[in-house]
Design a protein around this ligand. Structure first.
Ligand code: THU
Length: 137
């Protein structure tokens, strides 16, 4: 993946974060998901007063893409931090989102994190080793 693509995905995740609905945690997250054919789907976290229906930015992006008929993904960029502040630390995907990634993405799927200054790049296999997924059944 080129540096331009990584930077493009980070920029779209930063923009997507502005759509976050997070009145309970005041922690806003943005994600941008790249398909194998170059389309980008974005998401932000959406919270609920009863808390558990809250959906992370990553799943909003992935489910939006799947609903649109997409099935092949190459990368996701994720940024998060205190609402109304620029990001200042890395926001790694939660366990539920890692499991959803394992449903639709291959082990070499790229996960890009940005803390406002530095970039960290992982594969899904690194963040979810020995996973249980579609091929387990
Ligand atoms: N959140 C995400 O959207 N993605 C992550 O990777 C971590 C957490 C959201 C869920 C909740 O709305 C808020 O951040 C605080 O947990």
């Amino acid at each position: 993946m080129t540096t331009e693509t990584v930077n493009m995905l980070i920029a779209k995740a930063i923009l997507a974060r502005e759509q976050s609905y997070c009145p309970y945690s005041n922690f806003s997250v943005g994600a941008s998901l790249l398909t194998d054919h170059g389309a980008v789907y974005t998401g932000s976290n959406i919270e609920s007063a009863s808390y558990t229906p809250t959906v992370c930015a990553e799943r909003v992006a992935i489910f939006s893409a799947v609903h649109a008929g997409e099935r092949s993904f190459s990368a996701i960029a994720i940024v998060g931090g205190k609402k109304d502040e620029f990001i200042s630390s890395f926001c790694a995907p939660c366990g539920v989102c890692r499991q959803v990634m394992a449903e639709f993405c291959s082990p070499d799927f790229t996960i890009i994190l940005f803390d406002g200054n530095e970039t960290k790049i992982y594969t899904l296999a690194e963040l979810l080793p020995e996973s249980f997924g579609p091929s387990s059944l």
